[in-house]
Design a protein around this ligand. Structure first.
Ligand code: GAR
Length: 205
């Protein structure tokens, strides 16, 4: 059994997709805690409704990587028995970059969803970047988190066709649908021990 923590900053729709899938599909996953870095993150209410414990570790005024901040996160995780041995930490719209210390501590146990086909359009506003660049296809990526920004080994990707008249909003909406499909799938693969990392690659059995 994996102890799952989900980290959010806002809406929490990926968090909701994961929590619902864990319940419905009987994965070997125990959703232990949802942590937000903002007290007004909408997803906190959704987590409560779904019966999952929530916590706020405020990051106001703290920009960039911060081990000071991540130490507080670590403390909340360990208090709730999400450890480097039994834990999985899902970043779901968590708009902070983790410090190298935190990544080292939870090595291979932090995953993220990104709304583009990495390595294209990392960082912020990926859907806008895709529309502005004129790509014909975009999509989303679930990947392990390493010390870079959106650079870790890729677990799953889904492709979305970009229409001629797409806006950032319309493309984001269609990508989000795919995010909700592949993120729970990646959680299941991880929990069932089906993902092996070999250098930059993951091998899914
Ligand atoms: C999602 O589209 C996710 O891919 C994106 O933020 C949104 C969060 O939505 N994450 C990033 O851009 C990370 N670089 P949600 O709160 O409804 O899951």
């Amino acid at each position: 059994m994996i102890n799952l923590a989900i980290l959010i900053s806002g809406r929490g729709s990926n968090m909701e997709a994961i929590l619902r899938a864990v319940k419905k599909k009987k994965m070997p996953v125990r959703p232990v805690i949802v942590i937000a870095n903002k007290s007004d993150a909408k997803g906190l209410q959704i987590a409560k409704k779904l019966g999952v414990k929530t916590a706020i570790v405020e990051s106001v005024g703290l920009k960039g990587r911060s081990w000071e901040y991540d130490k507080k996160l670590s403390a909340v995780l360990e208090e709730n028995n999400v450890t480097p041995k039994n834990g999985l930490i899902c970043l779901a719209g968590f708009m902070r970059i983790m410090s190298p210390e935190f990544i080292k501590r939870y090595k291979g146990r932090i995953i993220n969803i990104h709304p583009a086909i990495l390595p294209s359009f990392p960082g912020l506003h990926s859907q806008r970047q895709a529309v502005d660049h004129g790509v014909k296809y975009s999509g989303c990526t679930v990947h392990f988190v390493d010390e870079g920004v959106d650079t870790g080994p890729i677990i799953l990707q889904a492709i979305v066709k970009v229409k001629d008249d797409d806006t950032e909003e319309s493309l984001s909406k269609r990508i989000l649908k795919q995010e909700h499909r592949i993120y729970p799938k990646a959680v299941r693969l991880f929990a069932e021990g089906k993902i092996k990392v070999k250098g930059r690659k993951t091998i899914i059995s």
